[in-house]
Design a binder for this molecule. Structure first.
Ligand code: SAM
Length: 390
């Protein structure tokens, strides 16, 4: 406990003069009421050290260092903005669109392989879905930790790009929205992925939902800053604030594509930021219930998908319990409780496409996981794609 010397003014009435009196005060630091014994970030790191050193073994120390270092961003280009030269200006700073670059590079790689291995044309496993290049996201090269300047508005006030973890565009790309599709974004706020989904102008109808009223307001404000007023007023977008778990029943078999980007332990945030940290002692129960909530949300997403449609489940956690275990649990519950068969879609080819930009975890049982890395400090982002069969 710190003690310090305090100087006080005192009036000596008999002599009519002012004197300085020095006094020692003991200052008690308040522990219980105002300051937690251990910061939540420390609790988060302790928890991660315990579980991830077993789960990720010798990969964990370097992932840990990356998660505690400055995160890299990507600039999601807003095709609704009329600001000229946004891409050219970013390219002049050394940025590149990782989506078109990786696609071109891998198409070249693929065609070289095709000409050398003739059997690939007749092998169905070799037929790979395409990746939308409508979505553009520019990043600084590997090892370059330059920061983006804030986006500028066009003459209508529409911003030219949205800054986000570039790996969070991957679940949207994996969803593979096609012209005329109806899309449900079940946990949408603050709206980075919703905005990425809307860059595919072909989306016929998009329903963006989030349980939290204040976060839904933030989502609305984000969309207002990035979309023309007419587009928002059009009946193509529906923004709601409701429990996503309800939408499985009320919107059964309604959507071609469903994005289930669930609340999770947000590992990077939890290791770095005290505010709103899920590892706060007061949020222990909420944190422990996350896998259950995530499973229920994924089940609702599966229910809301049409036969033949796709669901992408995503988190920004490294946790096997919140990633693969939730997916496997939801698949078996969908079958047992709802009679719905879902198949996991292979995303290995997808991870291969983007392996020049992101570091992916080796050998997951289902889905793909972007690992934070000092040279490409994105993620963690987990994604798993499912198809509803009946
Ligand atoms: N997709 C968002 C984006 O890219 O900007 C991020 C979503 S964030 C990881 C998870 C969101 O789930 C939070 O905004 C939280 O309010 C919301 N959420 C939590 N429980 C929910 C529920 N039962 N139904 C719908 N949304 C929920």
């Amino acid at each position: 406990m710190a003690a310090y010397v305090c100087t006080r003014f005192c009036i000596n009435k008999s002599k009519g003069s002012i004197r300085f009196i020095q006094r020692r005060f003991r200052v008690k630091t308040k522990w219980a009421a105002t300051r937690p014994k251990f910061p939540s970030t420390e609790l988060a790191l302790h928890n991660f050290d315990t579980s991830y050193s077993i789960q990720l073994r010798d990969l964990w120390p370097s992932i840990r260092v990356a998660m505690l270092s400055e995160q890299k961003y990507g600039a999601l280009i807003n095709s609704f903005s009329s600001t000229a030269n946004v891409i050219t200006e970013l390219e002049a700073q050394g940025c590149k669109d990782f989506i078109s670059i990786d696609c071109t590079r891998n198409e070249v790689h693929q065609s070289t392989q095709d000409s050398t291995t003739s059997h690939r044309h007749s092998d169905p496993a070799a037929i790979q879905p395409s990746i939308s290049t409508d979505i553009k996201c520019l990043v600084f090269p590997k090892g370059d930790i330059s920061r983006f300047k804030p986006a500028r508005p066009d003459s209508n006030g529409i911003l030219g790009y949205y800054l986000l973890d570039a790996a969070s565009v991957l679940p949207v790309l994996a969803l593979d929205v096609q012209p005329g599709h109806t899309v449900l974004d079940l946990c949408a706020a603050p709206g980075g992925k919703t905005l990425a989904l809307l860059q595919r102008h072909s989306v016929d109808y998009l329903w963006a939902n989030d349980l939290s009223g204040s976060r839904t307001m933030r989502l609305r404000r984000t969309l207002q800053s990035y979309l023309p007023k007419e587009f928002l007023e059009d009946n193509k977008i529906n923004i709601t604030s409701t429990d996503g778990r309800q939408l499985g029943i009320t919107e059964e078999k309604s959507f071609d594509r469903v994005l289930v980007d669930v609340p999770c332990t947000t590992d990077r945030h939890s290791a770095m930021v005290e505010e709103n940290n899920i590892f706060k002692r007061s949020r222990t129960k909420e944190r422990q219930k996350l896998p259950l909530l995530q499973t229920q949300l994924l089940l609702a997403g599966i229910q809301a998908t049409r036969q033949g449609g796709n669901v992408v489940y995503s988190t920004c956690s490294l946790s096997q319990l919140q990633n693969e275990c939730v997916v496997q649990q939801a698949i078996s519950l969908a079958q047992q409780e709802l009679g719905i068969t879902v198949h996991v879609q292979d995303l290995k080819w997808f991870a291969q496409y983007f392996s020049d930009t992101f570091h992916f975890a080796p050998q997951l049982s289902v889905g793909e996981l972007v690992l934070p890395h000092l040279c490409a400090n994105f993620g963690p982002i987990y994604m798993c794609k499912l198809q509803r069969m009946n």
